[in-house]
Write a protein that binds this ligand. Structure first.
Ligand SMILES: [Zn+2]
Length: 464
């Protein structure tokens, strides 16, 4: 489910309003740490289930923070605690500390035991530290909400007080918001029901206060695609792409280079280019899964522009941006994509004996090495779908023996770059002559090989 977060500034709150916000954040942060220490008493080594955790955080549990007036934040505190504890249990590191108080420093100074530097640092670094104030739901009657006045100004309504500290008998305060153009896009999406506001956090940065609002956007319906775009790493370029029609014809090829930008921004730009190309060509994006397989592109003495880690990060950006854009993405094995011939499917190490050129030892097809990977990726799903017919071949001194098991057909051709073509021609003649004698099962394969593109329907596999 795609979430987007919008940060919006509270428009110049008055001194007294700033004090209210500051006080609310202080009360929330203090209560959070006290409750975090309180719940530790009930925890065992086994992580509690969500139900068990909620049971622990009952009415009595909140008694220890009754003087802080955190009634409006009860649900948020529960949720916030549960999230932090989930992280703690998943990491199994030391128990979290979010904030320290005067008493902690006092205890530390009075202690006669030797204090580790780490402990000392934690206590001082976390001293009076503020936590973002969480509002766990958008609701006009509690937590928080955003509304627009008749004049078009946006306001946030924040429930910050309990009955005792209510302001003018109100448990909430209203703050005008500074809505920049990009904020307005989110807010108008919210008004028209395109997105739904979820939780929000109140934070202080310097002298200003901000509300970080999480919006949920439903994933758009996936558009039916009419092409595939394969994206591989390049040798001279960051990335190479190839676009193939649904029947496997490569319609266009190219490369993507973002050389002027660095770091994560570069990877974002690369992913944006991929999304743009996929949209323009109405294509399903096919990327390599480099976490589990290697593309085998690395060569001695050559530094590739994009590392495996950076390709994987770009792929991650592509996956969520594609979801927002309603595009399909598939991750496939990168195995052999720079060794497999895009014409006949022949896979052999020897196909790549030159630094930047690919020459198929089977059919003689040649191509720029860096373009082979993306072309193979673009065709991967089609190959899976078409289930290519395996033809085994063995190279002798002066000849190549081809064998098609399903049709029980074997033929010897003179060793040359056109041997595979010769095999295809002889195979088609053989099929034409014998079609009536084949079993039903054999006929299915035979008919598949009779058309014009027999070559592309065969997967040539070498046996040694
Ligand atoms: Zn080939």
């Amino acid at each position: 489910m795609p979430y987007k977060t919008m940060q919006i500034k509270l428009l110049n709150p008055s001194k007294s309003k700033k004090a209210l916000l500051e006080d609310a954040i202080w009360r929330y942060s203090t209560a959070f740490e006290i409750l975090l220490r309180e719940i530790k008493k009930f925890l065992t080594d086994t992580p509690p289930s969500k139900t068990e955790l909620l049971k622990l955080m009952d009415k009595n549990f909140f008694k220890c923070v009754s003087n802080l007036g955190v009634e409006p934040f009860k649900d948020a505190l529960k949720l916030d605690l549960a999230r932090l504890l989930a992280v703690y249990f998943s990491k199994k590191s030391s128990y979290p500390v979010t904030r320290t108080f005067d008493e902690d420093i006092e205890v530390l100074l009075k202690s006669e035991e030797k204090i580790s530097k780490l402990k000392l640092n934690t206590v001082f670094e976390k001293y009076e530290k503020k936590r973002p104030l969480l509002f766990c739901r958008f609701d006009e009657k509690r937590d928080y909400s955003i509304f627009k006045s008749e004049k078009g100004t946006y306001f946030a309504k924040l429930y910050l007080f309990n009955r005792n500290n209510a302001q003018n008998s109100k448990r909430y305060a209203v703050f005008p918001l500074h809505a920049a153009e990009w904020n307005k896009k989110f807010l108008s999406d919210m008004e028209s029901g395109i997105c739904t506001p979820k939780s929000a956090e109140l934070v202080r940065k310097g002298d200003d206060f901000y509300l970080n609002v999480r919006f949920w956007y439903p994933a758009p319906l996936k558009q039916p695609f009419s092409a595939y775009i394969g994206i591989s790493r390049g040798i001279n370029s960051d990335l190479c792409y190839a676009i193939s029609s649904k029947n496997g014809e490569i319609a266009s090829k190219g490369c993507i280079n973002i050389s002027s930008i660095y770091g994560l921004n570069k990877l974002h730009s690369l992913s944006n280019e991929i999304i743009k190309l996929a949209k323009e060509n109405n294509a399903c994006i096919i990327m390599e899964n480099l976490s589990t397989s290697s593309d085998g592109l690395k060569m001695k003495g050559i530094k590739l522009p994009l590392s495996v880690g950076d390709y994987n990060k770009t792929a991650f950006f592509v996956s969520y941006k594609a979801e927002l854009a309603g595009l399909e993405v598939a991750f496939v094995s990168a195995n052999s994509i720079f060794y497999r011939c895009t014409r006949c499917g022949n896979f052999k190490r020897a196909n790549r004996f030159l630094k930047d050129k690919f020459i198929c030892t089977m059919c003689g097809h040649s191509d720029n090495l860096e373009e082979i990977g993306s072309s193979n990726l673009a065709k991967t799903l089609i190959t899976y779908k078409n289930n290519k017919i395996p033809v085994y071949y063995k190279t002798e001194e002066n000849s190549i023996i081809f064998r098609l098991d399903i049709l029980d057909y074997e033929v010897v051709c003179a060793k040359s770059l056109s041997a595979a073509n010769e095999f295809c021609e002889r195979l088609q003649k053989h099929i034409a002559l014998n079609i009536g004698n084949f079993s039903k099962h054999q006929q299915f394969t035979a008919k598949k090989l009779l058309g014009e593109n027999a070559f592309s329907k065969i997967n040539f596999i070498e046996i040694k």
